[in-house]
Design a binder for this molecule. Structure first.
Ligand SMILES: C[S@@+](CC[C@H](N)C(=O)[O-])C[C@H]1O[C@@H](n2cnc3c(N)ncnc32)[C@H](O)[C@@H]1O
Ligand code: SF4
Length: 245
């Protein structure tokens, strides 16, 4: 006589080959679905309308945005290391002199892309830029000369409102010395630092390049520099006044 088979309390994970896309995974596990209004991030939201590239471009080009608020985002898709959990658009950056070449190259490409938008969507130059976010990838890999080129491009080609928020996003590894004060000089007035965890073991497991001590130091550096930013005008160059604190 056979013993009755116990009904498993937890459904065993489906074989990997069956999970072909997030939609299939969510169909198998509806409890994992998070409402878009609660957590809307590009990597998980899958509810948007589907437009072809030319339809998307048509909508951008004809948008009635002149004099209206706009927020600019520039994405540097390079990182010094690739973390295990990350599914943002990025690739591992080269090292040494090749890194400088890659950063020069990408800075040029970001500006060129922005110029294409400005040419194809003339309303953009008349829209009120309320914030600029330079992210990635790891935007904090950029040297002051790259940051200055991007900032100058924005200043010269868009209508930046006074006091515009300008964020530089990065990893603690790149916010340990003069990088923050250099960026403030150029006109950045907000810093987004990806600590992930203050437990060094967690960060090592995730493939990060910073431990607890480096993370804390980057927060101190950023806070000290930001205090100076609030204490007085950041830019001596009046042509960058849109980006002062
Ligand atoms: C894409 S990174 C760019 C900034 C910087 N390189 C960093 O690592 O913080 C920005 C943040 O996205 C978060 N992130 C990365 N992968 C993610 C994922 N798969 N789902 C949700 N958040 C993620 C991380 O917490 C990270 O700090
Ligand atoms: S450093 Fe940031 S962007 Fe780069 S792989 Fe890690 S989480 Fe992703």
């Amino acid at each position: 006589m056979h013993a009755p088979t116990a009904t498993p309390l937890v459904r065993s994970a489906p074989p990997r080959s069956r999970i072909t896309n997030p939609g299939a995974l969510l169909a198998l596990h509806p409890e994992l679905r998070i409402d878009q209004d609660i957590y809307n991030i590009n990597v998980t939201a899958n509810f948007g309308a589907t437009l072809t590239a030319s339809e998307t471009w048509q909508q951008i080009a004809t948008h009635d945005g002149a004099q209206k608020p706009v927020h600019l985002y520039f994405h540097l898709p390079l990182c010094s290391y690739v973390c295990r959990f990350c599914n943002y658009v990025k690739r591992q950056a080269p090292t040494g002199a090749k890194l400088d070449d890659a950063l020069d190259h990408w800075t040029g490409l970001l500006i060129e892309e922005s110029q294409r938008y400005l040419r194809g969507a003339p309303w953009l130059s008349a829209a009120r830029v309320e914030s600029l976010f330079l992210g990635g990838g790891t935007a904090s890999l950029l040297r002051p000369r790259h940051l200055a080129r991007i900032m100058r491009h924005v200043q010269d080609n868009y209508s930046v409102i006074p006091g515009c928020e300008a964020t530089l996003e990065g990893n603690p590894d790149n916010f340990l010395a003069d990088e923050v004060s250099d960026a403030i000089e150029i006109g950045f007035n907000r810093f987004s630092v990806g600590l992930q965890s203050l437990d060094s073991k967690v960060n090592a497991f995730a493939g990060r390049g910073h431990d607890r001590q480096m993370s804390l130091k980057s927060v101190c550096t950023t806070r000290i520099c930001s205090r100076r930013l609030r204490a007085g005008p950041a830019n001596s160059d009046s042509s960058l006044s849109g980006f002062s604190a």
